[in-house]
Design a protein around this ligand. Structure first.
Ligand SMILES: Nc1ncnc2c1ncn2[C@@H]1O[C@H](COP(=O)(O)OP(=O)(O)OP(=O)(O)O)[C@@H](O)[C@H]1O
Ligand SMILES: [Mg+2]
Length: 400
């Protein structure tokens, strides 16, 4: 079998030397171009399996060179490109991805990391062969919101762990969106850094398509793909303003996600504002997370009334009683009669399981799926899946 061809496009002689040495050691056939223009020409003549592309270069920079290579490609043939960027700056990285790169790595990098990224990308792209299976497969395309009747009832816990159960045990393609724009804490819950892209990048992107959205999402080891909350409250305002001035920007993201995933799980903030109202509207099902205490019951009544006044059908709102066996003086029967409707799902209380997960950055559904809390949420996710997958046989769910 012919060796895999890697084209290095970089003007820095030292980097060229290091890359040639490392890549040859791994058995790759290596070609080098010292500026962007030469790189574009070589990409056309040698037909590489993968390209490593520097950003700042004479004649043509890495962004322009990437765009030109993409523009010259024939349908179905797409060479994987990794950008070698100088900064971990999100703006810069997004610029590279938008130009058509598939991945990026920040200099200085460890050779082992580079090789790992190259191998992952080659595996993903089938060594440059046309990829179609992924795009052609249809998904369930369900949009599932988790909304807390009150702060601290376990909304984020439910969203994350149900999503992991859907992605893991239930083998569904699942995305998780942190829609707590101001104070999203998924970065902490899932032990992720601050330098990853977020919903700000997705909603501000005028040419957002499936490919670019996928690159803006962060892959988590649990198998989930995450669209994170903005890294700070100021950029949260950008998202809110963008949605307000053009609600289609949010619709577009959600539509792309429905196409790409069986389930898009959204962890929502408590406020009832334009952004959240649009999420409610577009959702297939809204899980209202609650606990059995008086102030929560009062809020659940309010939420149900609001949803009814919006014209949603009753089944669109599902009540999830979290920590159902915690002693509060109010049992399930009491809660149901106070609300005048059934509680649809119950998840048990297990303080130790939840807290140790919280402090380790590893959700209990990953670390202890067979513990009492893991089993309880698994059961919830399996029921959710059975119901929504059955409904997906119909052409489209009526949203109202
Ligand atoms: N079933 C459960 N059993 C025990 N503890 C739980 C359970 N569910 C959640 N918790 C704990 O409750 C706390 C609040 O959980 P979480 O952050 O998920 O709530 P939230 O509703 O998203 O809060 P916020 O309003 O801050 O967004 C966490 O410490 C979590 O570990
Ligand atoms: Mg939360």
């Amino acid at each position: 079998m012919a060796a895999t061809k890697v084209l290095v496009i970089d003007d820095d002689l030292n980097i060229q030397r290091v890359l040639v040495f490392t890549l040859k050691q791994e058995g790759f056939e290596v070609h080098v171009a010292s500026d962007g223009q030469a790189g574009v020409e070589m990409a056309g003549s040698i037909d590489p399996d993968l390209i490593l592309m520097d950003v700042a270069m004479p004649r043509l920079d890495g962004y322009e060179a990437t765009q030109q290579i993409r523009a010259a490609e024939h349908a179905g043939r797409r060479v994987p490109i990794i950008m070698l960027t100088a900064e971990a700056d999100v703006e810069q990285r997004v610029k590279g991805l938008r130009a058509g790169a598939d991945d990026d790595i920040v200099k200085p990098f460890h050779p082992l990391e580079l090789i790992a990224r190259i191998k992952a990308l080659l595996a993903r792209s089938g060594s440059g062969q046309p990829r179609k299976a992924d795009a052609e497969k249809t998904t369930l395309g369900r949009l599932v919101c988790f909304y807390g009747a009150k702060g601290g009832v376990g909304t984020t816990t439910m969203a994350i762990n149900s999503a992991i159960a859907l992605a893991g045990r239930l083998k569904r393609k699942t995305a998780l969106v942190d829609a707590n724009l101001q104070f999203g804490d998924m970065r902490v819950f899932l032990d992720l850094g601050l330098d990853s892209s977020s919903i700000v990048n997705a909603i501000s992107e005028p040419d957002l398509d499936a490919d670019l959205l996928k690159k803006l999402m962060v892959s988590h080891r649990s198998g989930l793909e995450l669209l994170l909350a903005p890294p700070n409250p100021e950029s949260a305002d950008l998202v809110v303003e963008r949605q307000r001035s053009d609600p289609r920007s949010l619709s577009h993201i959600l539509a792309l996600m429905r196409k790409a995933y069986d389930y898009t799980v959204i962890d929502m903030a408590k406020s009832i504002d334009d952004f959240n109202l649009q999420l409610f509207d577009e959702a297939d099902v809204i899980f209202v997370v609650m606990t059995a205490d008086l102030s929560c019951l009062k809020n659940v009544r309010l939420v149900i009334e609001t949803m009814e006044s919006l014209g949603y059908e009753r089944g669109k709102i599902q009540l999830v009683l979290n920590r159902s066996n915690a002693y509060t003086g109010i049992n399930v029967d009491n809660a149901e009669s106070a609300l005048g409707r059934r509680i649809d799902y119950q998840v048990i209380n297990e303080y130790r399981g939840a807290i140790s997960a919280l402090n380790s950055g590893e959700p209990f559904m990953s670390s202890r799926p067979d513990g009492p809390l893991g089993q309880s949420v698994s059961k919830f996710a399996a029921e959710l899946d059975a119901k929504l997958a059955a409904e997906s046989d119909k052409p489209a769910l009526s949203r109202r």
